[in-house]
Design a protein around this ligand. Sequence first.
Ligand code: PLP
Length: 467
Amino acid sequence: MQYISTRGGMPPMPYCETLLEGLAPDGGLAVPEVMPTVDGETLERWRALTYPQLATEVLGLFATDIPRADLARMTAAAYEPFPEEVVPLRSIGEGLTLVGLSEGPTLAFKDMAMQFLGQVVEYALERKGSVLNILGATSGDTGSAAEHALRGKERISVFMLSPKGRMSAFQRAQMFSLDDDNIHNIAVDGVFDDCQNLVKKLAGDLDFKRAQNLGAVNSINLARITAQVVYYFWAWLRATDAGGWTELSFTVPSGNFGNILSGFFAKQMGLPIRRLVLAANENNVLDEFFRTGVYRPRSAAQTLATSSPSMDISKASNLERFIFELVGRDAARLVAVWNDLDTKGSFDFTADLARFVDEFGIVSGTSTHDDRLETIRSVYEQTGEIIDPHTADGVKVAREFSESGVPMLVLETAKPQKFADTIREAIDVELDYSDELREMLDAPQRVTEMADDEQALRSFIEAHALR
Ligand SMILES: *Cc1c(COP(=O)(O)O)cnc(C)c1O
């Protein structure tokens, strides 16, 4: 299996090389040259597998340049920190079932992909005989998932910028309690956008980037997208009975279109998915696109800080991979669409609106702060389950699209303990924390404070980067 760019300007590359790149050299995103497919017989055979075994099968279709035994070792190690089931399913009535993606070390779904990424990036670097210094900015979830997945690795170090004093106590503890030598937390005197601008400046300096072996593990990374495909297969296998060819639907709390894109891959691979329901919060650029056909990214200033913060996006980085399929994998047309976006600030697929549902099965909806609170409350009253604000956005929109006779699976993307303030506001309940979490919250913290100063960051990286 080889990977090509959505913009047509990259010679086909194998999996292990592709996942070390951010954007393709032509500015596009890597996609499989041909989407692998899975037939009914294979799917039935997969019912008996454990999660890591299933991950080996599914990822094996994408990473054909990795020997099976190596892949099996990596998936076993990646999902070892999880409970035995890895992704548990639980019903909350009304025909809705939660798919538990937040059982990993940082209590959010990003662990599902990052844990595998940590294994496979180290492996790819070893094969190449090189090292990677990851430079990123985080407002909370991504940074901690990356650090917990990459801590202690020999060929990778992490430089993670966060806005000083603007993360929750829980998020700070999750990142700053790590004492591994290869993890560098940097609290910048500024807001998240200042952190992101610093990253962009350094990553845009190609000489510096090359000299310091800088890279990223953001949501467009191919290893993340492919690792997320696995749990769509897993959830389908758990929610259906042997022998049937049952269609079911998934609702996905969405930000950068990463998670739901993996569901779209699974559907294209032949998994019987009826609808992929996109749930957005108030920052609903994607809901707007799937309802009207017009995509109009917003500026940072137009992006609201909401109570489901991990979905607060202004533009959806992974959407380009969907548009590539929408234009029939025609790279020239895709480039024209992105040129339109650059010149007019929007693009328009109004004429293709019917295809979104008929051909791709994608529908969408929006949830607001009040919806979130109301949904947390109603699920708690009906079932005693406490769901986090992002999952609540999913449940709210899932209810609008549930169809009788079609099971609706809602992806649970975080644990409520990460967002205790909103839970308190919704149901006035104090959450339980495990001994392990309490220990983390009380552990000594280690962080480097820095002014919003490009030169200071350059010097810090030069002094600490792996070579
Ligand atoms: C990142 C994140 C999302 C959004 O996922 P995308 O892949 O960006 O669409 C939703 N919920 C939580 C808790 C997250 O951390």
